[in-house]
Design a protein around this ligand. Structure first.
Ligand code: NAD
Ligand code: ZN
Length: 404
């Protein structure tokens, strides 16, 4: 089959590789109809992980079941399915506790497995024609409809972006009426804004410096904050202070709560410095969140931080050790949650929101391309080229086309 293979930093290629097969009786093989390129793939693309050359990339996968092992009971050949990016067994301590993001049995090196990703076990990715799915009964989420229908792209986002975004709003304790600042208007941040709206947040601020992405935030009713126009925490506090309706509703003492109650980091360790965006500053976003979140607020961190980063900005950052305003965080009593999303905790319920027409996470998709076009798309996406917000690969299409 054809597959996108990691060769070296900034180099991926379309190669012929061996077809995956049913290796044990609990496996399935799916024919990929759509696979996403994720912001997380760029960490590997940029040479900032230990990914092995030859790895088939792609952890955002959906398609049609082509083969099943003899023990697979609930999924049949021909079923349409979407696959969580986490590979999970379903029976270990952590899977039973709902943490499929920390499965104890699928990866000898770490407590978590995933497709086509550095350090996540021996599983090939789905930016390819076919994909082997272990523990298929547990990992396949069944979908209605047929490949290429009007819900295809929404369903694809159930593999990672939409559940990860929802998870970030759970970590940040987003509730009806609450105020929230989301840093990063990439696919994850924009979907976190969508999830905050679904949960009934009152003010949703989205911080970035890419105009096309900020426009998307505005499109769904969030308030875009451009960090190239000044310190984003101060911009948010200033906007709230200068709103006469907010001002007129304050009781004595409430001026000590000038920011927001919830915050989300959808950027991670490659955060840019606000005043010099060509420079990387891994603490920029977290420090700003500590500043803008009110005392007793909640912070959800889904943007990735790594314990090993060969290109870290200094020796400490190379070991994932960052200098943070911990004192201020403690004094404010901010609660925080981090880590990989356990996709299976949410994907079934989010699927049903899509089916019911209550959520359309695919508003972020900018490009639908063939596998042949993927190497060039990686490089454009990595440069954050204008308009490249979310790229989906369609292995069955030889020509591919830019999204309307
Ligand atoms: P992305 O790279 O497309 O988006 C990141 C955005 O952050 C970009 O638009 C960039 O301009 C913006 N940004 C950079 N510096 C900033 C700053 N200082 N302030 C505000 N915005 C800034 O990536 P994505 O696909 O949206 O993913 C976002 C993060 O989430 C990545 O770190 C990715 O690895 C991570 N992720 C985590 C999980 C999980 O399970 N925890 C799952 C998927 C993705
Ligand atoms: Zn992803």
């Amino acid at each position: 089959m054809k597959a996108i293979v990691y060769k070296d930093a900034k180099k991926v290629e379309l190669n012929e590789v061996e077809d995956p097969r049913v290796e044990t009786e609990t496996d399935a093989v799916i024919r990929i109809s759509t696979a996403g390129i994720c912001g997380s793939d760029l960490h590997m693309y940029e040479g900032r992980t230990s990914v092995e050359p030859g790895t088939v990339l792609g952890h955002e996968n959906m398609g049609i079941i082509e083969k099943v092992g003899s023990a697979v009971k609930s999924i049949r050949v021909g079923d349409r399915v979407v696959i969580p990016f986490n590979v999970a067994c379903g029976f270990c301590l952590n899977c039973e506790r709902g943490f499929t993001s920390a499965c104890l049995t699928v990866n000898a090196e770490a407590p978590s497995g995933g497709y086509g990703y550095a350090g996540m076990g021996p599983y090939r990715g789905g930016q390819a024609e076919l994909l082997r799915v272990p523990f298929a009964d547990f990992n396949c989420l069944k979908l209605p409809g047929t490949p290429g229908d009007e819900l295809e792209d929404d369903f694809l986002l159930l593999s990672d972006v939409f559940p990860t975004a929802f998870h970030s709003t759970e970590l940040a304790q987003v509730k009806p009426g609450c105020t929230i600042a989301i840093f990063g208007a990439g696919p994850v941040g924009l979907n976190a804004a969508l999830c905050s709206m679904l949960k009934g947040a009152s003010e949703v601020y989205v911080v970035d410096n890419i105009p096309a992405r900020l426009d998307k935030a505005r499109e769904i009713g969030a308030i875009p904050i451009d960090f190239s126009k000044g310190d984003p925490a101060e911009q948010i506090i200033e906007r709230r202070k200068s709103n006469p309706l907010i001002r007129a509703s304050l009781r004595p003492g409430e001026e000590k709560m000038p920011g927001v109650m919830c915050g989300i980091d959808a950027v991670g360790y490659q955060a840019r410095e606000f005043s010099a965006p060509r420079k990387e500053s891994p603490v920029e976003v977290l420090s700003s969140l500590v500043k803008v979140i009110n005392p007793t607020g909640n912070l959800g961190i889904v943007g990735v931080y790594t314990a090993e980063d060969p290109h870290g900005v200094n020796n400490k950052a190379k070991e994932g050790v960052l200098e943070l305003p911990w004192g201020e965080l403690f004094e404010k009593g901010i609660a925080l949650g981090t880590g990989q999303c356990p996709v299976k905790r949410y994907n079934r319920f989010l699927r049903d929101l899509i089916i019911a027409g209550r959520a359309k996470p695919s508003f972020i998709v900018s490009h639908r391309l063939s596998l042949e076009e993927a190497p060039d798309a990686y490089s454009k996406f990595d440069e954050r080229a204008p308009g490249y917000t979310k790229i989906l690969l369609k292995p069955a299409s030889s020509t591919g086309k830019k999204a309307a």
